[in-house]
Design a protein around this ligand. Structure first.
Ligand code: FAD
Length: 681
């Protein structure tokens, strides 16, 4: 690709005279990548930025972003939105002809209303200063990704982020009440969450800079916690620990933090999860690989044997079993009561109380562990993480499948975090080194990259095969885009169609999120009609219900199993499909329990007859939430054939988080209507 020509840059300077811009070589290298570990290997191999952006611009207002997009669209210049570059999936990898749009000069808090409570904050605001301002006002967003020190609000929204306290506050999509963005058409539009009408916010969340540039987000807040309750339990096996974790969330408990470590990860967590500093306080480290480096390389070259050894029952027992760490928080006695209730649920079924210390220690070191990768890269190996998710009934299968796939080429450990009543995320951490056979053929660096690529490919295939999603919160980027067909099937075409609607000239982050359209994509086949109208997954508290079934009959069927949809059913009873299409009036207010959801997935027929399946996986981070095209949208885009609904055991009270005063059904603005009308699937 040719660089942006000096004439074009001059033209940009004339079109937007006040906007900061740079074509400086150092800036172009600095903005050439995000934190995808594959980039680290390229740097180590002496190729820090084979492709670098043509220029970087720093707009300072929404108006400037809009004028920039209009200019870029009329000149056919691709734009890549950039938050803080902490993404780990090559979401910002630019080509030589693109302009990077760094949003960090847009970091104002436009409105902070502690009474609602909500904040309207610009996209370039970094995480830590935002929380500090909110804390000063007696509030918290409740969003604490491990990258909070190096990520922005816009990046969170664009990549569907999850924080460490998702067990009480949900993910970023559960916090977002409105998004102001500039579409690829150059239009400024504020999209607002709507309970029973069309809701375009879930389409922009997770669109990873390919639909629009997010310029601000209105986020729901909570009172800052004044008390915390800590607890930890050990279990003979990871499976026992998972049962305990599920029982907490399904009993209506909402610990802000719930992390279950498998035996090896648990052993590290018991030791504090972080390397201790030298006792003399010096920060000196030995240079070069040394003995540790040689040992590390040797171990990483034979990962399969090590994995088999560490994951045996004998080793699990010797290492002290799995460990569940829980933190409740709030403004009253509920945090302490949460621990008491958790003890009553967990201990009679075999969990052993380990006291408060492991949870307190986790909190004290909550951000430390993410920054320990550098030494492994320095020793010539690689480290990465993979976060997948599925419903509870398939979680064991997903854990075994992905661990086995990873374990062939890399050393692997795992913990389970981000739990919901219907499922959970598994966070694998792995470390590997070059395959010795390949080293002889192609040299160390290329062999390392090849091993890394093979590892990811087989592990992602295993994730999809085991009923999991490719990503729970890191997103897709360019690194997972080639696998999106496996997860979304015909949904990939729907995402492409949405891209064309939001951004007809396709200037926003080209090459990101979905694979190139070769015209031969898998179109998907209609799912065969199931034998029963209602199929219950008791373990995940989900029910797959036919769209043509009337709601009252579905409720009656569920009641026979001691379950309920917990919605007031209109009279006369609509079919499930038409009820969802009309916005599910009578369902419980979604803001009451941000951790829960009404609809987990669906199987639909698009208006032109193509089938679309959104798998029932809790909180996918694989692009836009395509269920938004059906819920509250009438049958404009297609018809729901069947839906995976969350169901609730009769008599188990549902939790209520702090109050949130906000218009649940604002009227559709002219901008939203125009955008909606432009969508052609
Ligand atoms: C050590 C470490 C720990 C991490 N822990 C977590 C974690 O706990 N939870 C989690 O969710 N993620 C985590 N991540 C991943 C990463 O921090 C998140 O994906 C984060 O949301 C990215 O934010 P950013 O501002 O750095 O975005 P960037 O990396 O700059 O961009 C990410 C993507 O969003 C797009 N984008 C950015 N800003 C905008 C905008 N304003 N409008 C439109 N598109 C935009 C970019 O084009 C890109 O595709 C971690 C990463 C690291 C390195």
């Amino acid at each position: 690709m040719p660089d942006l020509s000096p004439a074009l840059i001059d033209d940009l300077a004339r079109a937007l005279p006040g906007m900061r811009a740079s074509v400086d070589a150092a800036d172009r290298v600095a903005y050439a990548r995000d934190l995808w570990p594959r980039h680290h290997m390229a740097v180590r191999a002496g190729h820090p930025a084979e492709q670098r952006p043509g220029a970087i611009v720093w707009p300072s207002s929404t108006d400037e972003v809009a004028r920039l997009v209009q200019w870029a669209s009329s000149h056919g210049v691709p734009l890549v939105p950039f938050g803080a570059g902490s993404g780990v999936c090559a979401g910002v990898s630019p080509r030589d002809d693109v302009l990077i749009v760094d949003l960090k000069r847009m970091a104002r808090i436009r409105k902070l209303d502690p009474a609602a409570p909500l904040v309207d904050v610009e996209a370039g605001h970094m995480g830590v200063p935002l929380e500090m301002t909110l804390e000063h006002a007696g509030c918290t967003l409740g969003h604490f990704p491990s990258s909070i020190l190096c990520s922005t609000v816009g990046g969170w929204v664009a990549a569907r982020s999850a924080g460490q306290c998702s067990g009480a506050y949900g993910k970023i999509e559960d916090m977002t009440a409105a998004v102001e963005c500039v579409t690829g058409r150059g239009d400024v539009v504020t999209l607002r969450r709507r309970t029973s009408g069309p809701d375009l916010v879930p389409l922009v969340i997770g669109s990873e800079g390919t639909f629009a540039i997010v310029t601000s987000a209105t986020l729901r807040l909570h009172p800052a916690p004044t008390s915390r309750g800590f607890g930890a339990w050990s279990f003979r096996s990871t499976r026992d620990g998972l049962d305990a974790m599920r029982s907490l969330f399904q009993a209506g408990l909402r610990p802000a933090v719930a992390r279950l470590y498998d035996p090896f990860d648990a052993m590290l967590a018991r030791q504090g999860g972080v390397k201790s500093e030298p006792r003399d306080g010096s920060s000196k480290r030995k240079r070069g690989p040394g003995l540790g480096g040689v040992a590390l390389r040797a171990v990483l070259r034979r990962p399969e044997a090590l994995n088999n050894l560490l994951h045996s029952d004998f080793a699990a027992h010797a290492m002290g079993g799995a460990l569940l760490v829980v933190v409740f928080e709030g403004t009253d006695d509920r945090a302490r009561e949460g621990i008491e209730r958790a003890r009553q649920l967990i201990e009679p079924t075999g969990g052993s109380w380990e006291g408060e210390t492991p949870a307190r220690r986790w909190l004290a070191h909550r951000y430390a562990v993410s920054y320990r990768q550098a030494p492994v890269f320095a020793q010539g190996g690689f480290v990465d993480t993979m976060e997948v998710a599925t419903r509870w009934s398939r979680l064991g299968e997903l854990y075994d499948g992905v661990r086995r796939a990873l374990g062939r080429t890399v050393f692997v450990m795992a913990h389970f975090s981000h739990a919901y009543p219907d499922g959970c995320c598994i966070y694998f951490s792995f470390a590997g080194s070059a395959d010795p056979k390949l080293v002889r053929e192609i040299g160390w660096d290329a062999a390392c990259e090849a091993t890394y690529d093979r590892t990811w490919k087989t592990a992602l295939a295993a994730a999809v095969e085991s009923g999991g999603t490719l990503s729970h919160h890191h997103g897709v980027g360019r690194s997972k885009a080639p696998r999106m067909l496996a997860e979304l099937g015909a949904g990939v075409d729907v995402v492409r169609a949405l891209m064309r609607s939001f951004d007809p000239a396709r200037i926003l982050n080209p090459g990101n999120l979905v694979p190139p359209d070769t015209g031969s994509s898998h179109r998907g086949a209609a799912a065969p009609a199931p034998a029963t109208s209602v199929a219950i997954d008791r373990e995940s508290l989900l029910a797959r219900i036919e769209g043509s079934m009337d709601l009252a009959s579905a409720e009656e069927r569920l009641r026979a199993d001691g379950l309920t949809l917990d919605a007031s059913i209109p009279a006369p009873s609509p079919t499930l499909g038409s009820w969802l299409a009309a916005g599910a009036a009578g369902a419980r207010d979604r803001w009451l329990d941000p951790v829960d959801q009404l609809l987990a997935g669906l199987d639909a027929t698009l208006a032109d007859g193509r089938p679309l399946v959104v798998h029932p996986t809790p909180r996918r981070a694989v692009g836009p939430d395509l269920t938004a095209l059906f819920v509250g949208a009438g049958e404009r885009f297609g018809r729901i054939n069947r839906a995976w609904m969350r169901v609730h055991p009769v008599g188990v009270p549902r939790p209520s988080s702090s109050p949130f005063e906000h218009d649940r059904d604002p009227p559709l603005s002219a901008g939203e209507r125009a955008l909606l009308d432009s969508i052609e699937l």
